[in-house]
Design a protein around this ligand. Structure first.
Ligand code: HEC
Ligand code: HEC
Length: 334
């Protein structure tokens, strides 16, 4: 068809300028609308006006665009856009949002600062905020020694379990964090020093092996033996004062429980021999010297939340305080 009729047969073709513009325009009887005057093989184009709603929308967008250019930054300049009468900038909007967020933070931090750490545990929304803050601070300050998951490693205790050297209620954890452990720069630091029994000649090498045998027996790693029996006497004389008669440990001096399978340094014979011969004396910095008090509190909340957190003496105090009221109705019974 295209070949037969040439370009005259394509109404929308580029070559369709048959009727000159305006020439031949007339009123179309069927529609009552003027034609534009173009004609292709008897096919004419109607000059239908644009729908009113469409035109209104079109003009509205123009008015809107002009208004937008006036009030918002719009026209690009060499260094910045035209400022706009509102003075709005995306940087300004960000700064305002940051300020609002900071104000929210400041309120939370003030509330944490005003709450004794023992009471924090009971104030659940505040505790939750503190835990989140502590989680962030832990990633910055603590992971290098205690590991990303706080699981610890040789010499650095696991903070997820309920095996505590110095105590696992939030008050004890807070105290540990504030003043550190054997930290020379803090007078209130957690301090205790296991003697270097071998190096200082308190025990002979053979006696060290005997007491190691005893430790391996009470930790369930070795059957009873003559060496362990001799070691039990050495333990009672030299070790029980800190580790307890049965090796149950003592938090007052940070002496680990020896009767379980959780080890700070290790429970194999070589490691135990090294520990008893030379002692260890692990050190943790006093965090109140490096971090602000609210952050230290939040860290205590976070560590307490890790799974091994214990209810403190304060939590025990709550039922005691309530006891008189509870006792009152019971009194007339007998
Ligand atoms: C330089 C290494 C180091 C860093 C950093 C460090 N710790 Fe420690 N932390 C230790 C050592 C070592 C011990 C165990 C000391 C001991 O033998 O009693 C310890 C013990 C602890 C304890 C006591 C655990 C218990 O069983 O009583 C807590 C709680 C603790 N760290 C929390 C933290 C937190 C929170 C941070 C970050 C603010 C942190 N530590 C950063 C080395 C570190
Ligand atoms: C003055 C208190 C004290 C005395 C006495 C003491 N210890 Fe300790 N012991 C500690 C402390 C504190 C630690 C914690 C580790 C550190 O120093 O970093 C420890 C750690 C240990 C560990 C490491 C446990 C682990 O989980 O890796 C072993 C084992 C141990 N002691 C055995 C002994 C034996 C055996 C004796 C007696 C011969 C003894 N201790 C006497 C305070 C004491």
């Amino acid at each position: 068809m295209a070949n037969d009729h040439g370009d005259a047969g394509t109404p929308s073709g580029q070559a369709a300028h048959i009727g000159a513009h305006g020439h031949g325009a007339r009123l179309d009887d069927a529609t009552g609308t003027h034609t534009v005057g173009h004609e292709w093989d008897g096919i004419e184009e109607l000059d239908t006006p644009l729908p009113r709603w469409w035109l209104m929308l079109f003009y509205t967008t123009i008015v809107f665009a002009i208004g937008y250019v006036v009030v918002y930054p719009a026209l690009p300049g060499l260094h910045s856009a035209s400022p706009g009468t509102l003075g709005w900038t995306s940087r300004g909007a960000l700064a305002a949002e940051m300020k609002a967020a900071d104000a929210g933070h400041a309120a939370t931090r003030a509330a944490i600062a005003a709450t004794p750490v023992e009471d924090l545990v009971r104030n659940t929304p505040l505790m939750r905020a503190a835990i989140e803050g502590g989680r962030a601070a832990f990633k910055v300050n603590c992971v290098q020694c205690h590991g990303a998951g706080a699981a610890g490693s040789k010499g650095y205790p696991n903070l997820n379990d309920d095996d505590w050297l110095w105590g696992g209620d939030i008050g004890a954890i807070h105290q540990t964090l504030q003043h550190g452990i054997r930290y020379p720069g803090d007078d209130a630091t957690r301090a205790s020093q296991m003697p270097a029994f071998g190096r200082d000649g308190i025990l002979t090498a053979a006696q060290v092996q005997d007491v190691v045998s005893h430790v391996r027996v009470i930790s369930g790693q070795e059957p009873a033996s003559a060496s362990a029996t001799r070691g039990a006497a050495i333990f009672a004389a030299n070790c029980a004062v800190c580790h307890g008669d049965a090796g149950q440990g003592n938090r007052l001096v940070g002496a680990p429980r020896l009767s379980d399978k959780i080890w700070l340094y290790g429970g194999d014979r070589a490691t135990l021999t090294e520990t008893v011969t030379n002692a260890r004396g692990g050190v943790m910095p006093a965090w109140s010297q490096r971090l602000d008090p609210v952050t230290v509190k939040m860290l205590a909340a976070y560590v307490h939340s890790l799974g091994g957190g214990e209810a403190g003496p304060q939590a025990d105090a709550a039922p005691i305080a309530a006891a008189p009221a509870a006792a009152a109705p019971a009194a007339p019974a007998p």
